[in-house]
Design a protein around this ligand. Sequence first.
Ligand code: SER
Length: 582
Amino acid sequence: MTSSEIRKRFLDFFAKRGHAILPSAPLVPKNDPSVLFNTAGMQPLVPFLMGEKHPLGNRLASCQKCVRTVDIEEVGNHKNLSFFEMLGNWSLGSYFKEESIGWSYEFLTSKEEGLGLDPKRLYVTVFEGDEDAPRDMEAVEIWKKFIPENRIYFLPKKNNWWSPGDNGPCGPDTEMFYDVTEKGLGDLTHEEYVVADDKGEVVEIWNNVFMEYEKKDGKVIGKLQQKNVDTGSGLERVTMLMQGKRNVYESDVFAPAMEFIELNTKGIPDERSARIIADHTRSATMLIADGVVPSNKDQGYVLRRFIRRAVVQAKNIGFSYELLGVLQSGFMAKYEDVYPELKENVDAQKEIFNKEVEKFIKTLEAGLKEFEKGTDPFILATTYGFPIEVTEEIAKEKGITIDRADFDQKMKAHQEASRAGAEQKFKGGLANTSEQTTRLHTAHHLLLKALQEVVSPDIHQKGSNITEERLRIDFNFDRKLTEEEKSAVENKVNEWIRQDLKVVKREMPREDAEKLGAEMEFGVKYPEVVSVYFIEDVNGNTVSKEFCGGPHVERIGTLGTFKIQKEEASSAGVRRIKAILS
Ligand code: SER
């Protein structure tokens, strides 16, 4: 049975039993800034589980798109996925345990309407009871009608209680597991069952939560006004076992993508890399279709991580970067009938994906080289756009340990420096750590130096501002620059860029830095210990030295072409230049 057929059978089964079929909500929850993504089918339904009336009634079913990033590091093993589809049915105060368990059993085992699974391979767990709720004997009594009592196991809250977080609806659950071993496990004692679960010989296929309780600040505070049912079953996992596979990548969900990767890689690709490429490309495809664009925060950052991790793995196995876009198109086509948003603005979706790939490729090689040299993950993040998780991933493969605490601390200091920037202590624009801003920041130092060399050694900075698009510098000078001066300044900067000068940061007491004649902004109060950025040629000769909080690129060869866009008066005796890198 294909994944599409399983999805369809599930929804038809519940439609026939009076459930309204809901389209999947977007991956990014509407009106809920507390979570980045929908991580379960029930998430968009929380208000209704809490008692609000749903316009389509009190029996609902859906196939919901979900993204979970907590175990993103595990992706590449046989079962963890960053994007998955969750099949679910809900009762909002309509039916309760009797129907819920009965229908689950029927759907799992019925050959006509359901999956036709072998009942002798089913195992069930139920809540063992604690101070919040009693042992779920009611569920046991119902299950006993379908499967032998010795295949029903009691487990504690850790396993058999579900809530979406510290606040909201929750309750005990009953979970269904399927024996995926070849010969069949037969009857298992409680201990044997736990071992089989640990070994992956039984796989969870469905979870029915009896949501009649409410949680507040992590504590169960009492019962809800209605008894709800919330069930969830991972489509990819069910597909895997229906197709007799031990890993999701061999099922029809991923097999075409895996084949494509294999065909376009010389030799047999590393399995884990290929899986990460397939998983992350699919997740990125789905996020883009829901309007997420790569950025440095929140959902956009997760998307960026997916794409950049996929690029790193592609490089790892020699799978051409351009073909990642083909994989994206493949996933779009595969899912467009289920999720119509994949059919809207198709070209724009592809462009967003491909642009991010291209953008990262530009710095990937240089970044990897830096990595070989043992470069700080902080520099890799701020200068080369390596999300820390990507750096960690590469480090892991090479058996290197990353000092995450050090990174976090530097990032924090970096953000604090940004705030200080806003208070005029450092130069502007530090809050923005994107690669382009970083490049412009370095170009800013070069420009000041070029102005001093070409126009007048008395020029100093009077103010500055940097955005993603351009840099701006204010400096003391009492007339308009000539066209010749402007192009001489541009040529000078571009000449340095061509020489690929290196940028070195040195921390030193302020007094020493002043003695060295490091450039500083007039009227700004600097701390006791300052960072000075030196731009040096191969022989260690200093081209520029400035007090600065950073961030900067490490080699200026990555800056591109420097161009002055505008030169104008800013105030009496102060000129202003706006310049770009292209
Ligand atoms: N909310 C439960 C889960 O995600 C059942 O749908 O497992």
